[in-house]
Design a protein around this ligand. Structure first.
Ligand code: PMP
Length: 326
């Protein structure tokens, strides 16, 4: 599935080296490219942090050999950690708010992990608190803390970003990514800003998310259906550095839903809601660069398609907007 060409010894060696594919809705003059992260073995961008963080934590001794990782997660992180934990001889326990996709929870269990649900109303904050309680109760248990552990962003600084810059011969004008933890965008931005401090960095969130609070806006939080990005409490998003971000784009669920359908029908991309939000935001950034509203050192705009729509079919992602459960 990945672009690796040599035979590989372990599924962990198949993490990364995902394809970078053009988004054709963008203007011709300013191309948009998306990194197709569903090509990872656990089928999402989060395989990168699963493999990278657990390997580093075992090396550094913060996770003892044969220990347990306990992580609050919307699902993809659990799958990424579960793939890596199984191969690295580590036990895995995940705390998932109920409203997240059942497919993801089944996959985590299939990979040998234990899944514990917390009430949807308690949000990610409730899952984070429960994960810390569990870690206290267990011996040799560690919470990798994807929301605050710099190794999350470092995984993208070390893998995702160099892959993109190699593919485009370093000519990247803008980096655009939806932020859950913000690890993907922060790691890529750290790398991009080192390569060229003028790189235009854009965060993406669904309408109803409150990342705007970090930019001096007073945002009213609300529910949204787009899965995997956004926040309702910026105090949990400790990796997100507003200083590194030039613009925050907010995409309504209804537009994201339409884009999920369009990108499948017109571009053959079976990608989920956070990818669709990224696609819309990245195309908008491309138009801003084309029209001279934004300066960027190069024309190409890069975004990420974090996972596949197949993971959300039970939620009706391709039915009407009203039938999409989110
Ligand atoms: N999209 C999906 C589907 C995800 O699961 C996540 C991770 N929560 C993201 C986007 C955002 O990634 P990050 O946590 O690196 O900001």
């Amino acid at each position: 599935m990945t672009t690796h060409r040599e035979p590989l010894d372990s599924v962990l060696d198949a993490v990364g080296e995902t394809p970078l594919v053009r988004v054709h809705a963008a203007p011709d003059e300013v191309p948009v490219y998306a990194k197709l992260e569903s090509f990872n073995p656990g089928a999402s961008v989060k395989d990168r942090i699963g493999a990278y963080m657990l390997e580093r934590m075992l090396e550094e001794g913060t996770l003892p050999p044969g220990g347990t990782v306990v992580e609050p997660t919307a699902g993809n992180t659990g799958i990424g950690f579960a793939v890596a934990a199984g191969q690295l001889g580590v036990d895995a326990v995940f705390v998932v708010p109920e409203r997240f996709s059942v497919e993801k929870q089944q996959l985590m269990r299939a990979l040998g992990a234990e899944v514990i649900n917390t009430p949807s109303d308690d949000g990610m904050g409730g899952a984070i608190d429960r994960a810390h309680e569990l870690a206290e109760e267990l011996d040799d248990a560690v919470v990798p803390q994807q929301f605050s552990n710099p190794l999350n962003a470092e995984a993208h600084y070390e893998t995702t970003a160099p892959e993109v810059y190699d593919a485009l011969d370093g000519e990247v004008g803008a980096l655009v990514a939806g932020c859950g933890t913000g690890g993907t965008l922060m790691g890529m931005a750290d790398y991009g800003l080192e390569r060229d401090p003028e790189t235009h960095v854009v965060a993406v969130q669904p309408e109803g998310s409150t990342y705007g609070d970090l930019f001096g806006e007073e945002t009213e939080g609300d529910e949204y259906k787009t899965e995997g990005i956004g926040t309702h409490d910026v105090s949990t998003n400790r990796l997100f550095d507003p200083e590194a971000v030039d613009d925050l784009k907010t995409v309504p669920d209804r537009e994201t839903h339409a884009e999920m359908g369009r990108i499948a029908a017109e571009e053959g991309q079976l990608v989920a809601s956070s990818s669709a939000a990224n696609s819309l935001a990245a195309c908008e950034v491309a138009r801003e660069i084309r029209d001279g509203a934004v300066d960027a050192p190069y024309d190409a705009v890069v975004t990420v398609f974090p996972d596949s729509s197949e993971r959300y079919l039970s939620k009706g992602v391709y039915r009407s907007f009203e039938e999409w459960e989110g």
